[in-house]
Design a protein around this ligand. Structure first.
Ligand SMILES: *Cc1c(COP(=O)(O)O)cnc(C)c1O
Length: 208
């Protein structure tokens, strides 16, 4: 359940209802909530960091996140691994694949769109790097479908990337895809985890 912008008390309510996976997209907000709830949440609660992540926030995120879905560049892998080691933790890392057509169509193009993510060509390379890092556990792939386009082709590309990564790393089986408005298409394309916020928690003012 994606709880960004909603108060920690909502997370407590969700936990009471049996939710064990919490998604947050901003370090400052997530860190405060994780601290606020530490001690009162069940030990099997999992924090998923799903937002764009600046390298200088990686250490902080690695101190509380169980999974980081938005790993999309080598420098971030190293910073997360360092942070995980410093906190004596193991963090699940997913390669975020850029599903923006402008990027995926241009072979070899650098993924520099706002949403971030690796190109199709970079995905396996980054997965290999993560798999070789102490402190990180390669968990799978993640994608955000482009706006104003049918999401199915984007999720098909993500499924292909997932197959490629899993061929080399069989335990990296997680496919994080789909939000409130495109979860049906994501599940049809093989998503193992959907990231749902507004359809459960209600209206959320736009971030940024
Ligand atoms: C906010 C967010 C979601 C949840 O979106 P909803 O439309 O509220 O379900 C999912 N994934 C990411 C990366 C997000 O930032």
């Amino acid at each position: 359940m994606v709880t960004k912008t909603f108060p920690a008390s909502d997370i407590s309510d969700l936990v009471d209802l049996g939710v064990r996976d919490i998604g947050e997209s901003r370090d400052q907000e997530a860190r405060v909530k994780a601290q606020e709830l530490a001690g009162s949440t069940p030990p099997d609660l999992r924090w998923h960091f799903i937002g764009q992540l600046q390298t200088n926030k990686a250490k902080s995120v690695a101190s509380y996140a169980d999974f980081v879905h938005s790993v999309d560049r080598a420098g971030l892998v190293l910073a997360l691994a360092k942070g995980a080691a410093a906190a004596n933790r193991e963090v699940g890392a997913l390669v975020q694949v850029n599903l923006d057509r402008r990027t995926t169509a241009a072979a070899g193009a650098v993924a520099d769109t706002e949403r971030g993510g690796t190109t199709a060509q970079e995905t396996l390379e980054l997965a290999n790097q993560i798999a070789g890092c102490d402190g990180l556990r390669l968990t799978g792939v993640m994608g955000v479908a482009p706006l104003n386009e049918p999401p199915a082709p984007a999720f098909e590309l993500l499924a292909q990337m997932a197959t490629q990564v899993r061929a080399a790393h069989p335990s990296a089986s997680m496919i994080s895809a789909g939000m409130s408005d495109d979860m049906v298409e994501a599940i049809a394309a093989g998503a193992t985890h959907v990231r749902i916020g507004s359809k459960v928690l209600g209206f959320r003012p736009p971030i940024r």
